[in-house]
Design a protein around this ligand. Sequence first.
Ligand code: GLC
Length: 739
Amino acid sequence: MKKIIFAIFLCSTLLLASSKDNTIEQKIDSLLTLMTLDEKIGQLTQYSGNYETGPSAGTVKNEFQKLVKEGKVGSFLNVHGATNTHEMQKIAVEQSRLKIPLLFGYDVIHGYRTTFPIPLAEASSWDPQAVEKSARISAIEAAAAGVHWTFAPMVDIARDPRWGRIAEGSGEDPYLGSAMAAARVKGFQGNSYGEKGTILSCAKHFAAYGGAEGGRDYNTVDMSERTLREIYLLPYKAAVDAGAATIMSSFNEIAGVPSTGSKFLLTDVLRKEWHFDGFVVSDWTSIPEMHTHGVAANDAESAMLALNAGTDMDMEGGVYRKHLPQLLKEGKVSEQTLNEAVRRILRVKLRLGLFADPYRNASPEAEKKDIYNAAHIAATRDVARKSIVLLKNEKDILPLKKEIKTLAVVGPLANNTEEPLGPWHQQGRPSDVVTVLDGITKTVSSDTKILFAKGCDIVGNDTKGFDEAVSIAKKSDVVIVVVGEAAEMSGEAASRSSLTLPGKQEKFVEAIQATGTPVVVVLMNGRPLAVTWIAEHVSAIVEAWFLGVQSGNAIADVLFGEYTPSGKLPVTFPRTVGQVPYYYNYKNTGRPMDEKQKYNSKYIDISNTPLFPFGYGLSYTTFEYSSPRLSASKITKKESLKVVVDVKNIGRRAGEEVVQLYIRDEYGSVTRPVKELKGFQKIALVPGEKKSVEFTLTPELLSMYDINMKWGVEAGTFKVYVGTNSVDVQEASFEVSEL
Ligand code: GLC
């Protein structure tokens, strides 16, 4: 009986959903018959409102209300705040002819006002639930402010830390990146479209924007289709599978074709293979930039290329509104193509419920209740603690005792309220930031003497402040040195040719180290840094990235043991920029690195190992791993394999461990990476506790693109690696047979 009831429920749910979709499509059909050409092109046009986030395209600022009334605007970005959005929406839904609501987009990358850790920091938590919660809260705050749509998650794989936008993504690995992409989409959008406090997501920048040569932003991308599909496309696919409502096309070309005009990417892969039915928005003026790329002789050709490829909405480029009428007249763009682009945008607006409720509960009252409240502040502190990675802890100098007698806190980022917000912090306020000095002061005992000196700036050659910092370090039991980058040294248009600490900061650390007082370095940065000298000389290193408004509290929680660090690096730290690109899932080559031999793939002037490897992070306790146990030594191509490993906390403190599972397909019809992450689980263990952690390697996880670019499992021998990072692992082997 129960089965019958469930079947009826399932069918009615599916019927309801499909009937809802049918209703939406029917509504779009009727709107399309009513819309003029101007109104259709209006839906494809997005203007930037309050301020620019890119080079201005000469947008018509003072005509906005007139254009909205005439139905010539589909969306705004950078218009936010319940009052601002309400004012513009009211014109659209009351004064325009067809009353089609506007879509308000904004870059809610890691928080609206409650600023969370930058995405690269959150990825260091290896905790999709925590990341989903961060996106959830960001959505609630943005929705209260009248924002309908965020240009996030940024899911670009980045293997080159010179690229500033590595800060906005989840690092170098497609498996971890896919988990984070899905978590963020679910966090932003909730479980179903249109729920209160949700906003549309936008997976960006499609595609392979992080593959820019030289790590130079906007630069040329040239890679094989196999690398594109096996590494760079996977997180976008994960976002689409998680229900991402929109996709943003990227500035870059891939092998000669700018993404914004790539039919292969935007139609063949995205729609025909992945069945994506949302819409694609260009990046800021990326449509007219195809003229600059050199694939369009003018803006009209750029518009034609983009729309025919599958870019539905023109962000601030102004070329759809100017050129589509003539392109349609000349038959260079068909009415059908135009209607399909309009349909996709209207579909998303209808799914979001905008026609039924164009103001979506945004109001000054909602802003007061839902933005930057105590629950959100507490949540961001929790996510921030989980995002911290302990890189070194010699002689267990950490955690410090709260009763420490004299503590020096020095460095340009020790008492800084601006930089911890990180790039793309939008409505985040320096006045909300808890600095490291604040956090430590609130944590230590009332008898502790805290001494502060800035010592130097982030940039520049001034070392006059060294002496003061050195003198207080000499008087202290421990010195905390907080160094790193300025927030705007990562993010968009912020590539660096060097990975060292900017300015005189490294010299500053050396001067403090020379005092002989034990040193703890706290790094605040938006990319891996080649802090080789520090790694070789300083007792402890804490990677804190940019943690947002609760930076100081989260860092103090870790420094004084309120929270045992559990973060793991989502990206490799090279020893020097000369090693870049350096990533863990590299190919073996015919002459793999062997420092004892001459004729092999290495640099002669440096160790070829990373400074800190992918997946690396220490704890205040120690975890012991058993050898992995496999459910079989041989499986067929269609079978799955279970891998079990026992993990025991053999230390004196409770802690969390990210258990990582890698494979190596030893021989294939094409070369395979020496390791590939195929599973991770974050577990908590009290001292003495042991847990068995089980992974399942499915045929999908063992699949690859073979010599003919056919996706599937190839017979042969595989290695399995399980461990605490991508280097310290225990291994086992199994075989896949043809049948
Ligand atoms: C920028 C960025 C993109 C952002 C958009 C709107 O140029 O590339 O990530 O979402 O413009 O601000």
